[in-house]
Design a protein around this ligand. Structure first.
Ligand code: ADP
Length: 724
């Protein structure tokens, strides 16, 4: 009997050992790790019992018990931790620490059992029994340890049952069977001992524990239900939405999923596989077109402890993404082309409209120079003022469409701040007077006298804001303040335009800089405008590295403040701006003159424009020749030596630029130097530079301004001038 029982025990321990090797062979997950530790504990327990059975002396038996307990104290805590992971419970670290301390304390008592009576009150070795073993009288500590183990067993069962209820359809049953593994054999064995005593002195508890361990292992392997990490990983590789294959260093296929097969059927057949792998490798990082699909290929190396083992090839189906991106690109292109068509249309339209506007304004100017009856003069003034309003609107549209198409360049020039302010003052003064408002200008004396920036655009912004202020103010004042600040290495020129006018409702303030936004239309319906002015100001200010803001109180007035980044050319302070401008003003003073001897040629393809120019020149007693095309102009210049040629820019067949070039090409000193001045309706910034480069001496924007015309004659036909 002794040999049978010892043999049985040895087999059980051997099985435990096999289980440990089986679990420990692959790199264990955390769940597996707890099962492994519990199995090692169970193995030590069984092994210790084997030693006890084989012991021949009391000392050998006590040593065997120490080995037994080394397993016993840790077995249940590790099993609880394993079960907790299976059932997705988180065990608090403090509890884990308690488990280990308790096990350590019990083991310390067992390890020193000969030296005290805390664990066994007394014990002796029954060498006479069929199975020699230690007979002991236990202390309460022993029973506490027993109860503690029983408690941990119950905890496992409770966890398993709860999990089973929640996961009946999934892995609940397997978890329950594992949870119950210890309960059933151990209850059975304990019942046998209670009712029948220990037969032959053989303790069946250790072997029942080994049986339970084996049972757990079998459940784990059979159902693969506890190692959800591994299952999830396997599942991911197989069911991943991307095509995926693994090849070794010799390009032999190790694994591929079904998606890879469906994406590249060549991967399936042995004969075509090598070629297909080759093709995938050479397409790394590219997107292949396979039938109507777009498949992106990504090849990754994989390593085992820094040694290259092979490659994984990922195949991503990008068909939908590709189609979506294509659609977005198409929509973007459509939107851009619609927008640019709109802008081009607006630019062309406004250009086209400017040409007849030139005629309307020019003709009304000519009429106003004649001796008219009161009524006729009134009518002509009205035509002129309506024409000017229309021209302003057209200019806004033209500017805006240029900003939209990105054609609005910022041109940096050096300018005198005082001159700019004087100029603005003179431009706005007439309207201020008409509306009986007060114009207040405050310019800080420390502003550098000369700056570099886009003077024309700054002027445009200021005129726009001042015009708005005048438009929306019935009584009171319009105030312009100019100052400067240095911030973060930037020189900022600030200006604020304040009025005591109608103000803007708070709810309208946020949209005020949007294009085509006109607010309070009921109240302002009599005020002309396009709703583009502020949008243009904002874009221009931003193009110059600045910002614009508005503050307004409805019924009380508004203040628009902006700054632009400028360079300082002459840091000398401007001082009193009024004085700083006087000198300039004097030179600007209009002296009327006549120049009947001046020989002038005007070239324009539009007859009415010719008439306007000729008419304006006639007021200076100049009898101008005309040409309706570039060709005609060339013929005329060969016949007569002109003092000055006014040349339209846009003409069919040969435009002004080409005609000017042709003039310069004619043999003779005169043709190299004859002043050619461009007449253009396209007075954009940078136009001056463009004309100068093309062989022009200067340019006048249409509608022709009489002062500009006079300045030209004064400059190029100086010796023909008779001052009255
Ligand atoms: P426009 O003046 O051509 O209508 P803007 O873009 O210059 O276009 O102005 C947009 C709107 O903002 C105006 O129609 C007006 O309602 C409001 N606005 C602009 N400036 C003022 C101001 N100084 N006082 C009151 N309302 C203003």
């Amino acid at each position: 009997m002794y040999s049978i029982l010892l043999g049985l025990q040895i087999v059980a321990v051997f099985i435990s050992f096999i289980i440990i090797v089986a679990i420990g062979l692959e790199k264990p997950s955390k769940t597996q790790m707890f099962l492994l530790l519990a199995s090692i504990a169970s193995f030590l327990d069984g092994l210790g019992y084997c030693f006890e059975l084989a012991a021949r002396t009391k000392e050998e038996a006590i040593l065997a018990i120490k080995v037994e307990y080394l397993g016993l104290v840790f077995m249940m805590p590790f099993l609880v931790m394993f079960m907790a992971r299976c059932c997705h419970y988180e065990i608090h670290n403090a509890v884990k620490i308690f488990f280990m301390l308790f096990a350590g304390a019990v083991y310390a008592l067992v390890a020193t059992v000969e030296k005290h009576s805390f664990f066994y009150r007394e014990y002796f070795f029954d060498a006479e029994a069929e199975l020699p073993h230690i007979v002991s009288v236990k202390t309460p500590i022993y029973y506490i340890f027993l109860a503690y183990n029983a408690f941990l067993m119950i905890v496992q069962v409770v966890m398993a049952v709860k999990y089973y209820h929640a996961n009946k359809e999934r892995d609940g049953k397997g978890v329950l069977l594992v949870g119950m593994a210890y309960l059933l054999p151990i209850t059975a064995v304990v019942t046998v001992i209670v009712f029948f005593g220990v037969p032959y002195g053989y303790d069946p508890v250790p072997i029942s524990q080994q049986a339970a361990s084996a049972w757990i292992f079998i459940m784990v392997v059979r159902n693969r239900i506890f190692d959800s990490e591994q299952i999830a990983k396997d599942d991911m590789v197989v069911n991943i939405k991307e095509g995926y294959c693994v090849v070794d260093l010799n390009m032999r296929m190790l694994f591929k999923n079904e998606i890879a097969d469906s994406m590249f059927p060549e991967l399936t057949a042995q004969e075509t596989q090598a070629k297909a792998i080759d093709m995938l490798f050479s397409s790394d990082g590219e997107t292949l077109t396979v039938g109507d699909k777009k498949i992106a290929i990504d090849v990754q190396s994989f390593y085992d402890k820094n040694t290259l083992k092979g490659y994984t090839v990922w195949m991503y189906d990008k068909t939908d993404d590709y189609a979506y991106t294509q659609r977005l690109i198409e929509l973007k292109e459509q939107a851009e082309s619609a927008n640019s068509a709109k802008s081009v249309f607006l630019a062309n339209m406004s250009h086209e409209i400017r040409t007849p506007m030139n005629a309307i304004l020019g003709m009304s100017d000519l009429i106003l120079r004649e001796n008219l009856s009161e009524e006729a003069r009134d009518n002509a003034v009205n035509i002129r003022s309506a024409g000017e309003t229309l021209l302003n609107i057209i200019n806004d549209i033209l500017d805006f469409s240029k900003i939209e198409t990105g054609k609005m360049d910022i041109v940096q020039v050096s300018y005198r701040v005082a001159d700019m302010i004087h100029n603005i003052e003179s431009m706005i003064a007439v309207r201020i007077k008409e509306r009986r408002l007060e114009l207040i200008i405050e310019v800080r004396e420390d502003i550098p006298s000369e700056l570099r920036g886009d003077e024309m655009r700054i002027r445009q912004i200021l005129i726009n804001l001042l015009n708005n202020a005048v438009k929306f103010t019935d009584e009171g004042y319009v105030k312009l303040r100019v100052w400067c600040e240095k911030q973060g290495g930037q020189f900022r020129l600030y200006a604020a335009v304040q009025d005591s006018g109608s103000g803007i409702r708070e709810e309208n303030l946020s949209g005020i800089f949007n294009s085509y936004e006109r607010v309070d239309l009921v109240k302002n319906r009599a005020v002309e405008g396009t709703g583009l002015g502020l949008a243009i100001c904002k874009r221009l200010v931003e193009n110059m590295g600045g910002a614009i803001t508005v503050e307004s109180e409805y019924g009380k007035g508004s203040t628009f403040t902006f700054y632009v980044v400028q360079e300082v050319v002459n840091p000398e302070p401007i001082g009193s701006w009024e004085k700083a401008g006087i000198q300039k003003k004097q030179t600007q003073a209009k002296e009327r003159f006549k120049a009947p001897e001046a020989k002038v040629l005007v070239v324009d393809d539009t007859k009415i424009n010719l008439k306007v120019a000729v008419g304006l020149l006639k007021t200076l007693d100049i009898v101008a020749d005309t040409a309706l095309s570039g060709m005609e102009c060339l013929e005329k210049v060969k016949e007569k030596e002109y003092d000055i040629i006014f040349m339209d820019h846009m003409m069919p067949e040969m435009d002004g630029i080409e005609a000017a070039k042709k003039i310069r090409e004619i043999e003779g000193e005169y043709y190299k130097n004859v002043p050619v001045v461009a007449l253009t309706a396209n007075a954009v910034n940078g136009a001056k530079e463009m004309f100068l480069e093309s062989g022009f001496q200067g340019f006048i924007s249409k509608p022709i301004d009489m002062d500009e015309l006079c300045n030209c004659i004064r400059e190029y036909a100086k010796d023909k001038i008779i001052v009255k």
